[in-house]
Write a protein that binds this ligand. Sequence first.
Ligand SMILES: Nc1ncnc2c1ncn2[C@@H]1O[C@H](COP(=O)(O)OP(=O)(O)OP(=O)(O)O)[C@@H](O)[C@H]1O
Ligand SMILES: [Mg+2]
Length: 241
Amino acid sequence: MLVVKNLSKRFGKTTVLKNINLVVNKKDRVAIIGSSGCGKSTLLRCINQIETPSDGKVLFEGIPLNDKETDINKIRIKMGMVFQQFNLFPHLKVIDNIILAPVKLGILKKDEAIKKAKELLNKIGLSEKINNYPKELSGGQMQRVAIIRALMLDPELMMFDEPTSALDPKMKLEVLDLMKDLGKTGLTMIVVTHEMQFVKDFANRVIFMENGEIIEEGSPKDIFNNPKSKELKEFLENICI
Ligand SMILES: Nc1ncnc2c1ncn2[C@@H]1O[C@H](COP(=O)(O)OP(=O)(O)OP(=O)(O)O)[C@@H](O)[C@H]1O
Ligand SMILES: [Mg+2]
């Protein structure tokens, strides 16, 4: 579904991503781990072209995304993204946040969008918050609304950039559980996270990055029980699991 080929990213003279190669298959649940500053967010941003790669290619279902001919906005609809800081519109109620994109893009009529939004809110137990403003929600609730908002467009790939790092432990669990449930539906997901227990429970593939490079890749078992590189061994020793 997604192929990243020899991708590099430089900001001025600083090389932030070096020759990244990555294939994500349908239904993969990929976790990206690595120390702060190693380039995880930049990689996600290069995948959906918020950042333009300096070198290399990103192909989504065979379509080269960093190609002038490609209508990136059309493809972005298929790639949902959820950030650490929810990014809900503060002046819009929950329901209006959720239906904004599909209605504006002409994907759903307003009444269809409201119906779908209600179903999704119901599924995650937030029906009663439909007419509240984001500031009236807890962090965990806001993040779950942000996830639903992304799901309204029926993305084929969902990317999450540290979706729980701004949350306290209880709220973290709500959001991590929702992501695990999404994984079980067969949605293809890439999650950047520092939550190692979640990675073990959730991912079928783990990517370890350091200094802008993919150092090791494997199943959670490979990565956590049988790390090969010196870098990964050090990383695992320094985090509390
Ligand atoms: N727009 C930018 N201009 C210059 N340097 C940048 C820019 N964006 C990121 N960087 C640098 O690129 C490196 C990788 O940043 P990135 O945000 O991708 O790291 P990360 O792995 O997501 O870290 P964290 O776990 O802290 O979120 C950092 O050294 C950062 O300072
Ligand atoms: Mg980051």
